[in-house]
Design a protein around this ligand. Sequence first.
Ligand code: SF4
Length: 616
Amino acid sequence: MESVLKEIIDTIQDGKTELDDAWLSRLLRRHNRKRPAGEPQLAKRHLRPFYLKLKAEKPEMLATWGVDEICERNLLRLLQIKPRRTASGLATVTLVTKPHPCSSNCLYCPSDLRMPKSYLPNEPACRRAEQNFFDPYLQTYSRLRALEAMGHITDKVELIILGGSWNDYPLDYQLWFVTEVFRALNEFGHEDGHGLGREFGHGHGREHGRELSQPTNDSVNERRKAYEDAGLTSDAKQAAEQCRPLQIRVNEGELNYNNALALLQAQASHEHLSLVQRASREELADQQRRNEHAACRSVGLCIETRPDLITSESARMMRELGCTKIQMGIQSLDQRVLDCNKRQVSVEQIAESFAVLRRYGFKIMVHMMLNLLGSTLELDRTGYRTLVSDPRFCPDEVKLYPCVLVESSQLMREFERGTWQPYTEPDLVCLLADCVNMTPAYTRISRMIRDIASTDIVAGNKKPNLRQTVESARKTEPNERQEIRQREIATDDIGLDELHVEIVEYTTSISNEKFCQWVNTEGKIAGFLRLSLPFEGSTAMIRELHVYGRVAGLDGSELGGTQHLGLGRSLIELACEHAQAAGFTSLRVISAVGTREYYRELGFCDEELYQVRRLT
Ligand code: SF4
């Protein structure tokens, strides 16, 4: 391993060779061929930990190799695993809430008792959640550690909380969950986590007054032990075993998810959990304040819920939690299809939820499901066109995917009766390609499949690379009018002199919207800002500011990306100019907890739920 590392370092210092993944693979293959039979093969993932170990234990050796700051930065960048994970500019940490009843019972929705409604244990985030007792602190901690081990910078973290319908969980649980996530961010890389085992997170490491490098494994183990003592398991096989008898009854249509879960959770340990999984608003606010200056800051928090659960009151509460984006299932805009799938929501309620969320400044991400029971290719096409063009809707992000059949859903009965069939692949690809073509420049299609393992799919698309098939069917080059994801600069570097600002304007039921984007001549996008100019009131709103490029540390420590080049700041000044020209006297921003300091530096003052800059 040492000789491989030395060769990489020498090549970096030499500066004559283009170093990328392909070069590294060739080098590893060459070295592996020379290894004696029976010795384990070297892989990229071994190199970074080995380098860090060497740095800690034999710094003098690295000094004799001449490793300086620039050389190390290039080395770590080369050794980074899965660079796309942070290519959107952020390290994403996805968390899953515990199994809990959902107030709807949609026909196509998986009902796996080990998971919150609509999720399956084989999905990566769900697997991690189960391994961590669905504890928010443990999930956050282990994900951050995994990302760091892969060489990613974790200063700026986008949090995504998944699991059924967030607003169906008791408020106490909501407050606790988010407080614990912030606690984990605050303590990761900063504080001693001793005391974390105390009743699932009440009390924190600060009480011990020491500033150590990370919560120790001991303290995490303590917390895990508290769950084990309460009779819970983090073992997938054991969990499956515990659920099996009730799961069979659910799969056979004899019990629904909520009833079966009630039977499963009718144990003292679950009652105990609901008593200790609670936090006060003050505890939350305290953790949020600490996060403003923490090493791992929340730069976005997304929560998943249903349109009919969105009210002014719930929107306000989600904002209080530090939420910046709401993800909600729309699935269809055809009332007959919604009813047929037992969605218990009306198109009017969906439209109203958009208006409320936009008024509160949230980024709006929706799920749209094709091929639902009772739908057709044409209804799906029309429904999607309505979604992206009707002023009552116009989401910022869409997860657009076909319905797939899983064993635990009620759709099984329809499939067996022959009343539901998946579309053929050519029909599906053609439909998705049409949908992509209809999508405006200010909308991002984040996904085209649900993250369900093919082994769990009874019928429907099993291709994980469906998106690539759709893109090849479209055969178009990026341009500034296309949906966002196709145009993101991802891991590429881009010259500032290649960029110019373009503004796409559109109208919604409550506002004029300006999507201001930095693009190059091919339409590749380096950053954007969403400015909302409401028809009522004198305050405009920045709903989103995003600059792409390899994630930059808060101290600007990663070079090569577009962050920290002033693209964001110039978009904010542009937003101020446009808002003022339109007659607004102030500009609010729906800042994430960890970006408050950034906006203060740009002249924004703290308000109760937002930050605001006067424009006069
Ligand atoms: S609302 Fe969502 S989680 Fe609840 S049953 Fe419907 S799809 Fe499943």
